[in-house]
Design a protein around this ligand. Sequence first.
Ligand code: ATP
Length: 446
Amino acid sequence: MAKRTLTGTSLDTLVSLAKRRGFVFQSSEIYGGLSSVWDYGPVGVELKRNVKDAWWKSMVRERDDVVGIDASILMHPDVWVASGHLDSFTDPLVECRECHKRYRQDQVESDACPNCGGAFGEPRQFNLMFKTFMGPVEDDAAMIYMRPETAQAMFVNFENVQTTSRKKIPFGIAQIGKSFRNEITPGNFTFRTREFEQMEMEFFCEPGTDDEWHDYWMNFSMDWFKSHGIRSEKLILRVHEPDELPHYSKASADVEYEFPWGWGELETISNRTDFDLKAHTEKSGKDLSYFDDQKKERYVPFVVEPAMGADRSALAFLADAYDEEGEGKQQRVVLRFHPDIAPFQVAVLPLSRNDKLTPTARRVYDVLRPHFNTQYDDSQSIGRRYRRQDEIGTPLCVTVDFETVEEDDAVTIRNRDTMEQVRVLVENLETEIRDQLNAMRADCQG
Ligand code: ATP
């Protein structure tokens, strides 16, 4: 594991780095912003895409018992009746009688309004689903919901997917996509927002094997974060108390990360039992049971669900990677991302912007681009460009200098963590970079 100087940093530091380096901007900023809604910039979009790709690779591509889907955000309104979201997907809301600010009751620590000290009115249940209208008529008949979780699409498509993929139980259906929740108190940057992306997988198994699969997926989830570079001392698996369980769950556990403000949930692994398939069978009239042709038995599968937030995970990767080292002029901020999570893997930096260097530097860039996510940067001094790449966590920088052009067709590779430099021939560059990235991957595994 790359040695770190810092154990953590403040949220303000992360927010300002995110803005300065193009990770995350406030939505509609030129209009004063839209509260708790964020846009990923050119660097942040690469980070979040890498998080999603790494999850998809581990969850779908590297397994033969999980397949993917990409379903619509809008679903038939009966889906939310059957799933229980229309009745039960609520948070207790309290409103201050003085300043009328609203809070989630379970998130305020005293009986007085944190804003003005006023007293709260009676709590009421507030449904978190966003409503909208389909078609040109704005009446109740046309009302539909923006999905508050991606999971329901896996349940309502269970039969379509099972028959077309010819998967036998146990198998899973995975999806990455946007979800919407009208959170009463969003906050902590991208941790709790009203529009966010989820990475969810519903694993259908035989009743009676569900506890075992629940253990399996809890371990899988913890290992996934660790093997992508999150420090193990910053992660815990917290098992839910019975009174915390949502209406569909028999057992749940959260993977939590120690953010600058304290522990926060990244993922929940729930045993959803046969609740959803049975509920949809009842509401739709379509039998969603499964015939086990080896056992010659029909049953409604149980479901174990790892449900992870892409935005929260990306924030955890950012917070965990943050480090500062050195003093005075030597001081640098460095993001020690795992090479598969780092927004860019390589940067090509000509020593200066110079007509003699540019053609060779562009050639080196073209050699690397098909193989690695590579950035080209020739503005400002080389020292500043190294700092900039450190601040976005690029594992390797390749420098093209006058010797490259005039003498040896060799370049210098600088390692983000050790700052060691090695000189390699351009013809060996791809292999050398691959080897160095593999060494950094192995280092992240501990
Ligand atoms: P919380 O208790 O923090 O409100 P939750 O338990 O309701 O979250 P789940 O329904 O289990 O969340 O959703 C699975 C994952 O989706 C969460 O672990 C989280 O990573 C992500 N997620 C849920 N709500 C939000 C949100 N408002 N903003 C960003 N990510 C979210």
